[in-house]
Write a protein that binds this ligand. Structure first.
Ligand code: VGL
Ligand code: ZN
Length: 204
């Protein structure tokens, strides 16, 4: 048994003052730093979009953030421009300790398809190197924290369990977008039903 910590999208645009600020998102940064002390193997993800990304409302006429469209046959919520490659918004939060991060996974790079999961794009067409990397490190157990509970954290956890990892979500170290009230609670319920264990940082 070997564990890895997966820190999802702890980037400026999802934190206070960012383009797609997750309510109370910053609160997870000090916790993420503490939790890292419990792990030897640490991976971080970055949402990493080209400016032309079709998940941005600004790249469609007459659309605004929060609207939905069908993109390459898949339901897509449109977002404000966020995490544009090399922009300040795509940087890790300045208070996040990244000195012990062994691998950074970039996702959402293809302009025509979004990628909430750190493993696959939303159409499950392309795979990142994450699962290959975890398997090469002989990781069996994946502990997940970050932003946002109801999008990237959820889809990352669901894919991880489908790939055969034991998955733990550290709930107090996650925050959600909560476009609709109850989204985070539903996401946690869905994860629990998929055999993902909900834990709190104090139990690590
Ligand atoms: C995310 C919406 C759009 C996330 C990324 O990190 O949860 N949400 N892009
Ligand atoms: Zn995104």
């Amino acid at each position: 048994m070997k564990s890895a910590l997966l820190m999802v999208d702890l980037q400026n645009d999802f934190c206070k003052g960012g383009r797609l600020a997750v309510p109370d998102g910053d609160a997870v940064i000090p916790l993420a730093n503490q939790i890292q002390q419990k792990f030897e193997c640490i991976v971080a993800t970055k949402d990493w979009h080209p400016a032309s990304h079709l998940s941005f409302a600004s790249n469609h006429s007459n659309k605004k953030p929060g609207d939905s469209i069908i993109l390459s046959g898949i339901d897509q919520i449109l977002w404000p421009d966020h995490c544009v490659q090399e922009s300040e918004g795509s940087d890790f939060h300045p208070q996040l300790n990244t000195t012990r991060v062994s691998q950074i996974i970039y996702k959402g790079t293809h302009p025509e398809i979004d990628s909430y999961s750190a493993f696959f794009d939303n159409g499950h067409l392309r795979e990142t190197v994450l699962s290959e990397w975890l398997l090469a490190q002989h990781v069996t157990d994946v502990y997940v924290l970050g932003l946002a509970t109801d999008y990237c954290v959820k889809f990352t956890c669901l894919d991880a369990v489908k790939l055969g990892f034991n998955v733990f979500i550290i709930t107090d170290a996650c925050r959600g977008v909560e476009l609709h009230p109850g989204d985070c609670a539903h996401a946690l319920q869905e994860m629990q039903q998929a055999n993902i264990k909900l834990i709190r940082s104090k139990d690590l």
